[in-house]
Ligand binder design. Sequence first.
Ligand code: PAZ
Length: 313
Amino acid sequence: MPLTWEQFYAENPPPSDLEQTRHKVENFCRKHLDHGSRIVLITSGGTTVPLEHHTVRFVDNFSAGTRGSASAEYFLEIGYSVIFLYRLKSIEPYLRHVAGAKFLDMLEVDESSENPTISVKSSEVQQILPVLRKYKAAQESQKFLQVGFTTLSDYLWLLKTTCEFLPSFGSRAMLYLAAAVSDFYVPATQMPTHKIQSQDGAPTIQLDLVPKVLQPLVSLWVPDAFVISFKLETDENILIKKARGALSKYKHKIVLANLMDTRRSRVVAVTPDDQTEIILTEEQTQQGLEIEKCIVDYLKEEHTKFIVGSTSQ
Ligand code: PAZ
């Protein structure tokens, strides 16, 4: 029998710094509530499932955090306050444009004086400047809060904790659940304390089902919010059926359905009585447009209708 979500939280301890994070999220939400702004909680990247308490090995998934980090930039651009719940060391907003070894190639050193100076090569300024401007604007607006996780259990604790502060935004809160969250895990009670030893032979690892926290999230934690989940599949034949199944089970607003191979160019927004294809053409990609911009523009409109509908009731 899979655990209920309550049992999962009872059996898996929170991250050690949960209270500090709770404090940060509370302050952030309080600050932006005053200004009546919309807020979005974005989850991004994949969770790990440790195989040992002193973790050397873990089960991971492919998600790089591109969807979440690009979307965060676009939500900030249109005025949302953004809580970015992301897998540590996955792709981050703004940094994603300059990450990697190429960044060092963009710099030059002047060692002609006693105090060497470092500057951006003039040939690179046009690439860095727009990103830097957007990053600085996000920092100055103080509308961007990053909260990091690594394991599945930390993710679920941080998600629940963040949700404590969203109900005061009512329908102005959006949840954009793009993280790839493991469906399976090794319960703490069945995990060895120390590194699994090869001399003991090939291990048999039994994975249990993770309870679906989308259910309490929608019905209990943030009942008035505009909740969007993602559905990833590799088989086109089951994609929309699975998205519809999730909508009817959890009763949230939209499932953004995508296939792994085409996720950068096609997402289907499935609602209870409709579906809208969001497609990026080859030409648009070449012009530098990202599908996340189209997704965020679409969601902004849908969120507006939702807020209007909620306040007129
Ligand atoms: O992080 P990424 O850009 O590499 O991938 C994004 C994604 C495919 C993880 C996301 O669009 C998604 O579908 N998330 C939900 C996955 C799921 O079905 O649990």
